[in-house]
Design a protein around this ligand. Structure first.
Ligand SMILES: Nc1ncnc2c1ncn2[C@@H]1O[C@H](COP(=O)(O)OP(=O)(O)OP(=O)(O)O)[C@@H](O)[C@H]1O
Ligand SMILES: [Mg+2]
Length: 367
């Protein structure tokens, strides 16, 4: 899968933009605050229908304008698709070609992009919700059913928590809500586990190639369960034994909204054991493993968006990282210093200059 063209209208600092990308490696070079991350944010928005930087989508609309428009031409084995997202103060609308899409879950994943941003450096230290979001974002791009279950779960959970705030909640009604939560979360647990098992299988070898050292990485699904047989019965009894506590503290304690992904390096917890450098390499190895997971599911590589990745790496690691990237994957990579880009043949590079909300191909190549 690749993005062959993007058009932006009143998105962030872009008034009007059209760029055609190269099939393989696209380098976006520019000084600070010129619009490099904004461009990746726009492509990522087409993939996940959310910004990876802000909650308030109106921040995406160019100052003093009413509507932001992102339009991308996505090419894959199944042909070409023109995806459009319109963002206004009253919400957003999504279109495939010119046809409005009713459910977000039908839009997500049509452009599948995997993103690295410098904010990912905090991934292992961040609260569990950040790692849950990583699982949920990747799995939602691959399955509309996953996303719908997740949305439904969030809705019922909110309802149960609100209901728990009542003076004397009715136990039968609580039971109905608990039953719904149990049934909604079983497929979510199964998908998250399958995802993390796949990551565990691949991440060690990616990390070792990257570091040129031997290590073992494991990723564990950190949940209420020690085994995953008869999930229904286990959830039922855990929720039952937590009922008193739920009523007393007026909140739901058991469920997938509490789960986490736990990373182990040579058997030790990554957040407390791994060095800064190891964490940096590990997050990149994780992104590569996610890439492979996506290929295993949809039989095509996602687009890889790398924001400022090379400034984090020394020369050897830059080259090793470039060598880890599969030849089939389209990459958009931002940098302030073109000299930082190492490890690729000049012939496979497309270089673009990003300046104050404009982007132009850099004809002279990288020198
Ligand atoms: N809604 C908006 N309307 C107009 N301009 C905006 C809006 N949101 C952000 N900007 C501008 O976009 C610019 C930042 O762009 P971006 O984050 O893409 O920079 P960058 O090129 O990635 O820089 P760096 O190298 O520092 O990461 C800033 O000048 C900011 O003022
Ligand atoms: Mg930036």
């Amino acid at each position: 899968m690749r993005i062959s063209e993007i058009r932006l209208k009143n998105f962030r600092n872009y008034s009007s933009l059209k760029v055609c990308f190269e099939k393989r490696i696209n380098i976006l070079v520019g000084d600070n605050a010129q619009g490099k991350t904004n461009l990746l944010e726009a492509i990522s928005f087409l993939s996940t229908v959310r910004s990876f930087r802000v909650k308030e989508e109106t921040d995406l609309i160019k100052k003093d304008c009413d509507i932001a428009r992102i339009e991308g031409l996505i090419t894959s084995q199944t042909g070409e698709k023109r995806l459009t997202a319109l963002i206004t103060a009253n919400g957003k609308s999504l279109l495939v070609y010119k046809n409005p899409v009713k459910k977000t879950s039908e839009f997500i994943g049509q452009c599948n992009a995997v993103l690295f941003t410098p904010a990912d450096m905090d991934f292992f230290e961040a609260p569990p919700k950040v790692r849950r979001r990583m699982m949920d974002v990747e799995l939602s791009k691959l399955s509309a059913v996953y996303m719908e279950n997740l949305n439904q779960y969030a809705k019922v959970l909110k309802e149960r928590n609100t209901y728990l705030k009542q003076e004397r909640p009715d136990l039968q009604y609580l039971e109905v809500l608990s039953e719904q939560l149990i049934n909604l979360q079983i497929p979510i647990i199964q998908s998250r586990r399958e995802f993390l098992d796949f990551i565990t299988e691949r991440i060690s070898s990616l990390f070792c190639r990257f570091m040129d050292e031997n290590h073992v990485i494991a990723v564990k699904y950190d949940s209420e369960f020690e085994n995953y047989d008869s999930l229904y019965d286990q959830l039922k009894s855990k929720m039952a034994s937590s009922l008193k506590r739920d009523i007393a503290l007026k909140i739901t304690h058991v469920g997938i909204h509490r789960d986490d992904a736990r990373f182990l390096l040579n058997g030790f917890d990554v957040p407390t054991f791994a060095s800064q450098g190891q964490k940096r390499m590990l997050i990149l190895a994780l992104k590569m493993a996610i890439l492979e997971f996506i290929v295993s599911k949809i039989n095509t590589y996602p687009i890889l968006l790398l924001d400022d990745v090379f400034s984090e790496l020394d020369i050897k690691k830059k080259e090793r990282f470039a060598n880890l990237l599969p030849k089939e994957v389209q990459i958009l990579i931002t940098t302030t210093e073109i000299g930082e880009i190492k490890g690729w043949e000049e012939s496979e590079l497309g270089v673009f200059i990003v300046k104050n909300g404009f982007i132009a191909p850099h004809k002279e190549g990288i020198r």
